[in-house]
Design a protein around this ligand. Structure first.
Ligand SMILES: CCCCCCCCCCCCC/C=C/[C@@H](O)[C@H](COP(=O)(O)O)NC(C)=O
Ligand SMILES: Nc1ncnc2c1ncn2[C@@H]1O[C@H](COP(=O)(O)OP(=O)(O)O)[C@@H](O)[C@H]1O
Ligand SMILES: [Ca+2]
Length: 542
């Protein structure tokens, strides 16, 4: 142990070989950093590097091969001893890669000391998973799930000494049903390889299992649900991969695997959807009626097209320009500090989400839930082209900022976006803004509210309830008789619930703050990635 001028302790500091030269290598316990720098003065700091120990993937003793030994200093050494450190390298656009660096020295004891010290530090990272349950949907996206897992993810898990039980699903709901049967306590996490639909399935299995084990009735819309502490990791291999993109910042299997390995944790709000005291679904990303429901329903018939089906069905649905009549009621989310029109987005370590977490803990301590129903409800009736309720920004490669750029991952609220009846041209302007930086809510026909609960009843089901003999009933699926060209559809739309269709014209939605956790850390603030590794900051540290 070495003492530095500032009183800081270094666990190890040695001169070790890296390539052809000797480098000063330090392991700083207090700061949790492994650093190596070239002591030669001329090219100041040119090749200095450091890695937080929390981002070291593995340490291995290394046998240097003949080629390595035949060059430079190796020749003079009887038998050099070496070890390799595998670590996370942050690249552009939130992409992470696994890199390695091999150090050598003549002294076997010193080499072992380093391996031992680094392994001890890895052991201390208690948030890392050791045993994972993996579900692969072989038919998601471009049908590459199995290949992606085997070639890109499994080798990294094995490098990090993570054991896995792998299930390749044979039918829809295979993963969900399986989660009710397995010995869940054996695992530190569940990994799903697939798209948003597959993630939704795994989430239903886990949350459902938790409630069942705790004797909570999911059919009761007011039941305080039990939080799910087993984290889910998403390896993106689907068509949209919105949950992965919105929680990591990129859809990239290797990046996601590395977030799982280092044991990241991102809490997530979950909405429950009920109809008349019957549980229907949970949702974490988009709950969409009208446009996004119709796109999904049409695209299901075109699965053979792969991810392209959304472009085809999107275009077709846009042309059909159907709007739907109904009544919306919601309770505004007064507890959260943010608003949907904020300029700042939810980022790693978001203080708005932390504040909600604090409130949640306080609420639990008091052991009672407020009489939420007594709080204010707002009611809006109208004709809508789209009703979107989003728990997170819903960013994905098609829409890099998402449907609600300022929505938060874990603040206990959802953003309710209402797109009222407007011209095709205006609706196109709105859709185009999903894909660029312009304000999506700056239209007279678009309203946005931050809500904690929400209800919707389509006019059709309201009418049916009030008069059973309503002739409209006979005409489901046909266009408005009085106005053949008006695009008002007397059939209901479908809900797009995280990429799964849900046929229900009257639903009740409630946001459950931080009901589950992912192996992720939210989207990191941009540009800092490179800055954190800048040479000047390395200089200050050493
Ligand atoms: C004319 C310009 C049109 C621009 C359209 C912009 C599209 C933006 C799409 C954003 C959708 C984000 C919400 C994510 C939904 C997913 O749950 C769902 C299912 O994803 P999956 O197929 O399971 O990965 N995908 C869709 C398109 O409904
Ligand atoms: N083996 C399987 N065969 C058919 N469907 C499956 C299978 N495994 C999972 N599914 C279902 O496929 C649906 C879509 O999967 P997903 O991975 O989200 O792909 P995509 O992003 O292309 O929609 C999910 O609803 C899931 O329940
Ligand atoms: Ca939220």
């Amino acid at each position: 142990m070495e003492q530095l001028p500032g009183g800081r302790r270094l666990r190890l500091a040695s001169s070790l070989g890296l390539g052809q030269r000797c480098w000063e290598v330090t392991l700083d316990d207090e700061r949790g950093l492994l650093a190596w720098r070239d002591p030669r003065p001329p090219r100041r700091g040119a090749d200095n590097c450091f890695v937080p120990t929390s981002e070291i993937i593995a340490v291995e003793e290394t046998e240097l091969n003949k080629k390595q030994r035949s060059i430079g200093k190796w020749q003079k050494m009887a038998k050099p001893h070496a070890f390799t450190v595998y670590y996370v390298k942050k690249a552009r656009n939130h992409r992470w890669r696994c890199r390695d660096v091999t150090f050598w020295c003549a002294d076997e004891i010193l080499c072992n000391q380093w391996i031992q010290a680094l392994k001890e530090l890895l052991e201390m990272q208690t948030c890392r998973p050791k045993q994972l349950l993996v579900y692969i949907n072989p038919y998601g996206g471009k049908r590459q799930g199995k290949r992606i897992y085997e070639q890109k993810v499994a080798p990294l898990f094995s490098l990090a000494s993570i054991s896995t039980d792998v299930v390749v699903t044979e039918h829809a709901n295979h993963a969900k049903d399986n989660l009710f049967e397995v010995n869940i306590n054996k695992y530190d996490g569940v990994v799903c390889v697939g798209g948003d639909g597959m993630f939704s399935e795994v989430m239903h299995g886990l949350i459902g299992r938790m409630q069942k084990d705790s004797g909570i009735d999911q059919n009761n819309p007011k039941a305080p649900l039990v939080q799910c502490n087993i984290r889910i990791g998403i390896i993106p291999a689907g068509s949209t991969d919105c949950v992965c993109y919105s929680t990591v910042g990129i859809s990239d299997p290797v990046t996601s695997a590395l977030h799982i390995i280092i044991g990241d944790c991102q809490p997530l709000d979950v909405s429950s959807v009920h109809q008349n005291n019957t549980f229907l679904k949970y949702a974490v990303s988009l709950l969409g009626y009208g446009f996004y429901g119709d796109v999904l329903k049409d695209s299901e018939k075109k699965r053979w097209m792969g991810p392209m089906r959304y472009d085809y069905s999107g275009f077709k649905t846009f042309l059909s320009h159907h709007y739907y009549e109904g009544t919306i009621s919601f309770q505004p989310a007064k507890h959260t500090l943010g608003s949907p029109r904020d300029k700042d987005s939810c980022r790693t370590g978001c203080y708005i989400c932390k504040e909600s977490e604090r409130q949640l803990a306080e609420q639990r301590k008091k052991c009672g839930f407020k009489h939420e129903d007594e709080e204010e409800w707002k009611v809006i009736k109208g004709k809508f082209l789209a009703i979107n309720v989003v728990n997170m920004c819903c960013a994905c490669p098609r829409s890099p900022k998402g449907l609600s750029p300022a929505a938060h991952l874990a603040d206990g609220s959802a953003d309710l976006i209402l797109v009222r009846k407007c011209s095709r041209f205006d609706f196109l302007r709105y859709l185009v803004r999903h894909t660029n930086k312009d304000d999506q809510f700056d239209f007279s026909f678009v309203d946005v509210y931050r809500v904690k609960s929400f209800q919707f009843t389509s006019k059709l089901s309201e009418d049916n309830e009030s008069s059973v003999t309503d002739i409209g009933k006979k005409h489901f699926g046909q266009f408005c008789r009085d106005h053949p060209a008006c695009c008002c559809n007397i059939a209901n739309s479908t809900w797009n619930c995280d990429g799964e269709t849900l046929d229900s014209s009257a639903i009740e939605v409630r946001v459950h703050c931080q009901l589950m956790k992912l192996f992720a850390r939210g989207i990191e603030e941009n540009c800092k990635d490179e800055a954190a590794y800048s040479h000047s900051s390395v200089e200050q540290l050493l």
